[in-house]
Design a protein. Structure first.
Length: 518
């Protein structure tokens, strides 16, 4: 009776867990499964499947069951050496077996009869087909990410190359590009850009408005996996695609690189509306940095650190209605006379006799980011992976809200943090636990580029402080001041804790868990 009662209690707990309306922790590690058979197709029982990571030396092992099936869960992305051994059969080896993050890979073997000392080696790079899931998506590996020429070197740009993805409209809710930093969304599989769930190492990095928090250096990304539809139930929260970013870890072999990318106006064309010059507006963009990675303890603990900086200077064309000299002399109102000092004098009279100012406004952008990735495999059954990313940037938008003369707009400063920590633990031959925690934080401030005190100019704004001018519009095309109705600061932080258990039972894999997000 006590045994039966306990079974009933365990069944109730299991049923309750299955009914939880929370998604399980997102999968960033891969699953390898398959069957081992002899030349006649009969199952090979007790065959040993050995995996060794080629960069870190990390080893995992599995064994076939009574039906000749095996499964190895929670594998880190990368290249492995895969070997299958069984008594009275020749061992079979795949020298370069590629494991992509977040996939369930099926790899079957048919062993030839012979001595165990005889080895069949396949040295070609394998490309296994995902036969275990119905997810529709694509994986971009490290070589594609790092070697693809990109203007700005942003990993989100690569998402447009995936099947079913299109360039987002500049007027979209979350797809308007940010100066110097590109856009933070894309449209895929017919979904809105705010339907994409961006994840780093299984931790969501979306803000409250559902936009992407980070734009990490492309050199720190090992894989970008995008599931467009019919993805696993463990990916909750969003109805659109799931973009999973796996960060780059160190290896036994020390490595590093430095880089500098330069772009300027030498190959640019002149703006058609620039009437005073035959040359393009000045533009300069320097993108520089470096990486270093290697072992802290050989075959156990590894690190990978990266830094990237951006210095961009861009001048934007202006063509604005302004007051003529006679109109300036005719001004009598004291408040208007005070404002004249901020309006440039006309340098062009068009064919209709209208005084205009044609010139440029400087729009600088500066950014610095650094990241650190640490992986520890001290215990063969446990893999601990931590990642931290920090970014600060500052940009000036001189034409914000339609400003037509230089000196106005706003200055925006941001500080962003991403932290992820994950542990994969093999509890038994058929049981694996994956636990994760992390946070994403975005701090932003915006201040008027020209911090004036309206009260000192005779404007009753209700405050005797340097808060900037009101947004002033003069019929005909003159706009300056502001910015009006813009946030001066905003801070958003998202915390995530998740846990997922995978249990293998013959040819079936049971997975359950939960996620808490605040």
């Amino acid at each position: 009776m006590p045994v039966c009662r306990r079974l009933r209690v365990d069944a109730r707990i299991a049923l309750w867990l299955l009914l939880i309306a929370l998604p399980a922790g997102a999968q960033t590690e891969a699953i390898l499964q398959g069957a081992v058979s002899d030349p006649s197709g009969a199952a090979v029982i007790g065959a040993t499947v050995l995996l060794e990571h080629r960069d870190t030396g990390m080893r995992r092992q599995g064994r076939t069951d009574s039906e000749g099936r095996y499964q190895i869960v929670a594998l880190a992305a990368g290249e492995y050496r895969l070997e299958v051994r069984a008594n009275a059969f020749r061992s079979q080896t795949l020298e370069r077996f590629v494991v992509e993050g977040g996939r369930t890979i099926v790899q079957d073997f048919r062993l030839a009869i012979g001595q165990l000392a005889e080895d069949v080696v396949v040295s070609t790079r394998t490309s296994p087909i995902d036969r275990a899931t119905v997810s529709v998506g694509h994986v971009m590996d490290e070589r594609t990410l790092h070697d693809m020429p990109l203007n700005g070197r942003r990993f989100v740009d690569l998402a447009i190359l995936l099947p079913g993805s299109v360039t987002p409209p500049q007027g979209g809710f979350l797809s308007a590009p940010s100066r110097g930093d590109g856009f933070y969304g894309f449209n895929t599989a017919g979904n809105r850009e705010d339907g994409v769930n961006f994840m780093v190492n299984g931790i969501s990095v979306n803000e409250q408005f559902n936009d992407l928090t980070m734009q990490t250096s492309i050199l720190t990304v090992q894989e970008l996996k995008v599931d467009n539809s019919t993805f696993s139930a463990q990916y909750g929260r969003n109805a659109g695609a799931v973009a999973n970013i796996v960060t780059r870890s160190g290896a036994n072999t020390p490595s590093g690189e430095v880089f500098e990318f330069l772009r300027d106006e030498a190959l640019d064309a002149r703006n058609f509306f620039n009437f005073l010059s035959s040359e393009p507006e000045p533009f300069s963009r320097h993108q520089f940095g470096g990486t270093i990675g290697g072992p802290l303890v050989r075959n156990r603990t590894f690190f990978f650190a990266a830094y990237e900086g951006v210095r961009q200077r861009q001048e934007l064309d202006l063509n604005s209605l302004v007051l003529s000299d006679s109109e300036r002399d005719a001004v009598q109102a004291p408040i208007v006379r005070e404002l004249l000092q901020f309006i440039p004098r006309a340098n062009l009279v068009d064919t209709q006799g209208t005084s205009r100012y044609v010139g440029s406004a400087v729009a600088p952008f500066d950014a610095d980011q650094l990241s650190l990735d640490v992986t520890d495999t001290t215990r063969p059954s446990t893999r601990l992976h931590g990642y931290y990313w920090y970014n600060r940037d500052q940009r000036r938008e001189p034409l914000l809200q339609g400003n037509t003369i230089p000196g106005f707009g706003d200055i925006r400063r941001r500080r962003r943090h991403i932290f992820t920590l994950g542990e994969s633990r093999v509890i038994g031959s058929t049981l694996v636990n994956e636990a994760r925690l992390g946070f994403a934080r975005n701090e932003g401030t915006g201040t008027p580029a020209m911090l004036l005190n309206p009260a000192q100019l005779g404007i009753a704004a209700g405050l005797d402080e340097p808060i900037g001018l009101p947004q002033i519009t003069v019929g005909g095309g003159l706009n300056f001041g502001g910015p009006a109705n813009f946030l001066t600061s905003r801070t958003g932080t998202t915390f995530t804790v998740s846990d997922m258990v995978s249990h293998q039972r013959r040819q079936h894999t049971l997975r359950f868990g939960g996620e808490y997000r605040w």
